[in-house]
Design a protein around this ligand. Structure first.
Ligand SMILES: Cc1cc2nc3c(=O)[nH]c(=O)nc-3n(C[C@H](O)[C@H](O)[C@H](O)COP(=O)(O)OP(=O)(O)OC[C@H]3O[C@@H](n4cnc5c(N)ncnc54)[C@H](O)[C@@H]3O)c2cc1C
Length: 418
């Protein structure tokens, strides 16, 4: 694998065969072909096969981008993210996948999936393209060190590469291969890494009522620290035995993790279990129901608004006897019920760790990365892409959008003549 002669093909090593690494490798070869340049790309992957995490994305359906991609969908360094994803935007990503046989299909919320609704179809298409382009995959090989050798790099004291793309992911979901080992290695080499925290993960609450476990209900979560709103999201909340899960909880969890990590003060999540109605309207509706059906048992008062068990818990919090008729309830109790429905407050103790998280908040500091090429300023010839960089996105296809966009930029930059 030693480089001997300048006229030989450029040797490019991609460390990590996840979403960003696969696309970086493909983009590098396509770019080299455009330039009439010869490149030999090798992907080094610690798992026994590439793309393991991709198969788990979007509940096995792979939500690979979104119809609307905006700066507010990204965290960490969102300005940096914007500079990269606007160069290879969601339309480019859809076109790229279309070119390899993946037909994009959007759901009502704008989340884009393959028409097959199978993540495996995305991975198969990527692997078919890597094979067509002659990209080599060396699996079961974890890169544990790399050092300068001539004008390039020597990986694990064995593999020589003129250029390296670091696409080894973050720390989230280590079961799929990304355990943060590369971030530790880069830190040793003097590359600045921002604090690593789990994001898109369930939140653990103080004294959470176990009776709620298993309920799934529409609602809005408003996350606050010291009274200030940090984040808000609406959707299907999943109640667990330890706290709040489901998309709204995951969406706000990164903000909770950061506020708790920085010890900013008490973090609370307020759940609105009827976000489609304002307080006044909800009160009017409950009073109407009570007046028109005074003999209805209390247990049915909220049954048409939310899952029965959730409604019963709210009634119990307001000391309403579920077997007594609702005609007995006076306005003060209705006010209490409305307040509980619209603003049940939970104190957040912690968020679930990296094992349960979908993405890592934090990573290589963008200060150390050239935004035009994704080359590491302290390690010329080495490029980074994907979750390993201090950029993370909301649920909804944004993390893969970031992985593809940054992978494309890193791949093209690595082979482009300066
Ligand atoms: C359950 C789950 C569901 C998700 N669903 C979605 C979704 O639907 N939409 C979305 O946008 N995002 C989703 N995400 C997030 C998204 O999958 C990731 O952000 C994205 O895959 C990151 O891509 P990456 O290439 O940077 O890293 P990874 O996909 O993590 O790939 C990194 C690769 O590098 C390998 N590796 C690590 N260290 C080394 C080393 N030293 N040497 C060699 N190889 C190494 C790893 O084994 C891994 O294969 C989901 C995440 C999870 C966990």
């Amino acid at each position: 694998m030693m480089k001997t002669n300048k006229s030989e093909a450029l040797k490019l090593a991609v460390i990590g065969g996840g979403a960003s690494g696969l696309v970086a490798a493909i983009s590098a070869v396509r770019q080299a072909e455009k330039q009439g340049r010869s490149v030999k790309v090798t992907i080094y992957e610690s798992n026994s096969r590439v793309g393991k995490k991709l198969l788990a994305t979007g509940n096995g359906r792979c939500n690979f981008t979104n119809d609307s991609v905006e700066k507010h969908n990204f965290h960490g360094d969102a300005d940096f993210a914007e500079k990269v994803y606007t160069r290879f935007n969601n339309a480019d990503i859809k076109a790229f996948f279309y070119s390899v046989g993946v037909f994009p299909k959007s759901d009502a919320a704008g989340r884009v999936y393959p028409m097959s609704l199978q993540a495996s179809s995305v991975l198969d298409a990527l692997r078919c393209e890597t094979a067509r382009l002659g990209i080599e995959e060396i699996t079961d090989t974890m890169i544990t060190e790399f050092r300068r050798k001539d004008s390039g790099f020597l990986l694990n004291s064995v593999y020589y590469a003129d250029k390296v793309i670091i696409a080894a992911g973050g720390k989230a979901a280590p079961v799929h291969g990304s355990d943060g080992n590369m971030l530790s290695l880069l830190k040793k080499y003097g590359i600045e890494i921002t604090p690593l925290l789990p994001a898109l993960t369930p939140m653990q609450c103080d004294s959470f009522p176990k009776i709620l476990k298993g309920i799934r209900a529409q609602g809005r979560i408003t996350l606050r620290c010291l009274g200030r709103i940090l984040a808000e999201d609406t959707g299907e909340i999943q109640y667990t035995d330890y706290g709040l899960s489901g998309i709204p909880s995951m969406q706000v969890s990164g903000f909770a993790a950061r506020a708790l990590y920085e010890k900013r003060g008490e973090v609370t999540a307020t759940v609105d279990s009827c976000p489609s109605m304002e307080k006044a309207e909800l009160k009017r509706e409950l009073l109407r129901l009570i007046r028109s059906n005074p003999d209805m048992p209390g247990e049915l008062l909220l049954a048409g608004l939310m899952p029965k068990r959730l409604g019963m818990t709210i009634l119990s919090d307001c000391s309403v006897n579920p077997s007594k008729s609702i005609g007995m309830l006076h306005e003060g109790v209705v006010d209490k019920i409305v307040s509980q429905i619209k603003g049940k407050k939970y104190k957040i103790n912690s968020v679930k760790g990296f094992n349960d998280a979908q993405v890592t908040s934090g990573g290589i500091s963008t200060e150390g990365i050239d935004e035009n090429t994704l080359e590491l300023k302290m390690l010329r010839g080495a490029y980074a892409c994907g979750e390993i960089i201090n950029v993370d996105g909301d649920c909804g296809g944004y993390n893969l959008q970031w992985a593809w966009s940054s992978g494309m930029l890193a791949g093209i930059s690595a082979v482009r003549e300066k």
